[in-house]
Design a protein around this ligand. Structure first.
Ligand SMILES: NC(=O)c1ccc[n+]([C@@H]2O[C@H](COP(=O)([O-])OP(=O)(O)OC[C@H]3O[C@@H](n4cnc5c(N)ncnc54)[C@H](OP(=O)(O)O)[C@@H]3O)[C@@H](O)[C@H]2O)c1
Length: 337
């Protein structure tokens, strides 16, 4: 861990959310691939906080909130920061859309916190009776998105916000048609939408839609998730960190291509949540936003990297009768049910 430079958290820019709180533009992701243990993630969280991270992206389905809670407590007890200086996100999983309040209570208990800074509906596809996904298998209890069901779930999110148990509420993996079917019926609008964004998959239309509606985009898999599980790999997937434009900019700056992805994301206006358990890597991701930016020409060149390569396709959330993962993403502008 020696030789890894700390970053002054005061130098990390924040984005003010419509809920009133401010989110640091880089957070540490906590969904590790299969070979990473919860203790390894927790160790990374504690060390990352010591070295300057203040924003941690968690979720109940990552099955490591207890360990991360221990790490947060140790970090606070060690005097690295106060609770108030941290920004902690969690998410309600697909099997708990009908018991959002209990699910949030469980995450609070596991994380050892009195409140969350942000709580998200992880995916808009409920499966009411079975937990998670198992490898490649479809979950027989998955059902399609229905606006009326989502709005019931959202109503409980709003209750949590009004109770002060969560300081902001948001969505994840939404599409423009799904927003169009729900936004104007919500009492409290989402502060953020967490969505897949990386240079090869920029989601420009959804990104702009969110910005126009005052919904802060949070980009997940910002480096192109090089260690994602086998179930999320297909031969056509693009590799962001191998793209010549990304590599050329990395060469000019003398950094790993991953750092270019983070710089690009934040300069574009996103919040990015890269995962890493390697202190050198996660600190270079945080330092990316405190050093010189990409030039205007480089930002223009990054637009050409886009090739529509969605990596996290969500195929395990397909319901009986749906044809392909593409049905999840409303590609024709209509919600398929
Ligand atoms: N809302 C959702 O539905 C959703 C879905 C997927 C992910 N997420 C969130 O987004 C987070 C990040 O996504 P992700 O884990 O899929 O992908 P990612 O952040 O794009 O990629 C993580 C991988 O990149 C490597 N890496 C990170 N920084 C690096 C650097 N500076 N140099 C070289 N390699 C580097 C890491 O390896 P090392 O550990 O070796 O550094 C790790 O294997 C997740 O952890 C999770 O919190 C949310």
């Amino acid at each position: 861990m020696n030789n890894v430079l700390a970053v002054d958290p005061q130098k990390v820019p924040v984005k003010k959310l419509r809920s009133g709180n401010a989110i640091p533009v880089v957070g540490l992701g906590t969904f590790g691939s299969d070979h990473i243990t919860p203790d390894q993630v927790a160790e990374a969280v504690k060390e990352a906080i010591r070295l300057g991270y203040r924003h941690i992206d968690c979720a109940s389905v990552y099955m490591n909130e207890k360990e991360i809670g221990g790490a947060i407590k140790e970090a606070i007890d060690a005097g690295y920061c106060t609770r108030e200086e941290l920004f902690i996100t969690s998410k309600v999983w697909n099997d708990a859309h009908h018991r959002v309040i209990e699910s949030c209570e469980q995450s609070l208990q596991d994380l050892g916190l009195d409140y969350l800074d942000l709580y998200l509906v992880h995916w808009p596809f409920p499966n009411y009776h079975a937990p998670g996904c198992d490898g490649d298998a479809r979950n027989p209890d998955s059902v399609p998105f229905k606006a009326e069901n989502y709005l019931k779930t959202w109503n409980d999110m709003e209750t949590l916000f009004k109770q002060g148990k969560v300081k902001a509420i948001g969505t994840s993996n939404m599409t423009i048609p799904k927003f169009e079917a729900t936004l104007d019926k919500m009492e409290i609008l989402p502060a953020v939408n967490e969505m897949e964004i990386h240079p090869c998959f920029q989601q420009e239309a959804l990104f702009q839609y969110c910005v126009d509606k005052g919904i802060q985009p949070i980009g997940y898999s910002p480096i192109g998730s090089p260690a994602r599980p086998e179930r999320d790999r297909t031969p056509d997937d693009a590799v962001d960190i191998e793209h010549p434009v990304v590599q050329q900019i990395a060469k000019r700056l003398g950094v790993h291509p991953a750092v270019v992805c983070i710089k690009w994301a934040v300069q574009r206006g996103e919040v990015a949540i890269p995962f890493s358990t390697n202190p050198r890597n996660y600190m270079s991701n945080l330092a990316a936003v405190t050093s010189s930016p990409l030039t205007d020409d480089e930002m223009e060149a990054m637009k050409t990297v886009e090739c529509g390569s969605r990596l996290i396709k969500g195929q395990v959330f397909l319901w009986e009768g749906a044809n392909s993962w593409e049905d999840l993403w409303d590609l024709n502008g209509e919600i398929i049910q």
